[in-house]
Design a protein around this ligand. Structure first.
Ligand SMILES: Cc1ncc(COP(=O)(O)O)c(C=O)c1O
Length: 357
């Protein structure tokens, strides 16, 4: 029987608060971390020793198994502040479900909802001054689980630690992105781990992404591993296209992460009675639509970037320029709607916002 009650969480407050280092108008993604962090340990088959402590370095054995065989998974989510200075998490239960899907696939300990939510809400509540309220800003939250056995044999660890750290975030991209369709390297294969947030998925993506960046692109568009024809994801975003007024996105499967922003965008599009198709979409179809003038919009969706409009698609030595970002109807409307829901300016009819404190 796994213990689900880890409260009361032991809290050790920092006596060196760094909030004054935060310049609300000039936030670089992922660089500055809030004053506290949360962790809990999985040992003897249960979660215990939940603590909030000052943010700081970890002390660990060089034989810690996560460092060697990649039993390491994470989540990415955000907290927002509304005009009344209330703090809300966006769809936290979905991140909880997803971290457990990742844990199962990586043969790691899953985490009970009570442990995940207790750590998350208490930590964000304690560091609520770190949630920025300037336009387009939020507190990025990084829950992660790592294998902690001091053992370098290859087998699933018996012990794990669940951490949460948080970091104020402004805009991820400052301009519409240029993407390159990748036809050599692959991110995910059928039967693999592309559908989970395993650290190794990101490590393997960096070299091809670096090559694309050297050629002036922001990101890669990954294609299917068999034929390199069907579009899958881009960086840490799901992909969407509007062709002839139809919103098209690749279907979920074992090579694509089930993005929470993706689901939110599809839900809003359906609310607005837009025609939505979750189906395979090839680069040939996109190039063809571009030629015919029916490619109206293309963008990535993800927690960090929210909606990143695509300005240009590179494929086989040619660059396809998309319509100006400001004039696009769907991506601008959905980006605004998501901000308005998150900051309480429009009703939250889908109950996506979860109040902290
Ligand atoms: C590979 C990948 N695809 C898509 C996404 C978008 O998912 P979400 O909207 O839940 O952030 C992410 C980010 O978490 C990602 O890492």
């Amino acid at each position: 029987m796994v213990t689900t009650d880890i409260t009361p969480i032991k809290v050790q407050k920092s006596n060196n608060l760094r909030i004054k280092e935060l310049d609300y108008n000039n936030i670089t993604f992922g660089k500055l971390f809030s004053d506290h962090m949360f962790y809990a340990d999985f040992k003897n088959n249960e979660w215990s020793d939940a603590q909030i402590v000052p943010y700081g370095p970890l002390l660990m054995s060089p034989a810690t198994s996560a460092l060697h065989y990649g039993q390491a998974i994470f989540e990415g989510m955000k907290a927002y502040k509304n005009e009344k200075a209330e703090v809300f998490l966006f769809r936290p239960f979905d991140n909880h479900k997803r971290i457990n899907i990742s844990a199962e696939r990586m043969a790691m300990a899953t985490i009970p909802q009570e442990v995940f939510m207790a750590g998350l809400t208490q930590l964000v509540d304690l560091d609520r001054d770190w949630v920025p309220d300037t336009d387009g800003s939020s507190l990025y939250i990084r829950p992660f689980i790592v294998a902690t056995d001091e053992f370098i044999g290859v087998r699933p660890s018996d012990n794990y630690r669940f951490y949460i750290i948080t970091s104020p975030a402004g805009k991820y991209y400052n301009e519409p992105v240029k993407v390159l369709v990748e036809t050599n390297y692959i991110r995910a294969v059928e039967g693999g781990v592309g559908y989970v947030k395993a650290s190794g998925n990101y490590g393997r993506s960096l070299f091809p992404a670096k090559l694309a960046q050297q050629r002036g692109y922001h990101q890669i568009v990954w294609t299917d591993a068999r034929n390199h024809r069907y579009l899958e994801e881009s960086g840490t975003m799901n992909l969407m296209f509007v062709i002839d007024d139809v919103l098209i996105t690749p279907p979920l499967g074992d090579t694509i992460l089930a993005g929470i922003t993706r689901d939110s965008v599809l839900t809003l599009a359906r609310d607005w009675k837009m025609k939505v198709q979750e189906r395979k979409i090839s680069i040939d179809e996109v190039v063809d639509a571009h030629k015919k003038g029916t490619l109206e919009d293309a963008f990535g969706t993800g927690t960090a970037a929210t909606i990143a409009q695509i300005a240009q698609i590179g494929f086989e030595g040619k660059d396809y320029i998309l319509p100006p970002a400001e004039g696009r109807i769907f991506s601008n409307r959905v980006a605004k709607e998501l901000i308005d829901i998150r900051t309480g300016k429009v009703p939250d009819i889908h109950n996506w916002m979860y109040k902290v404190g």
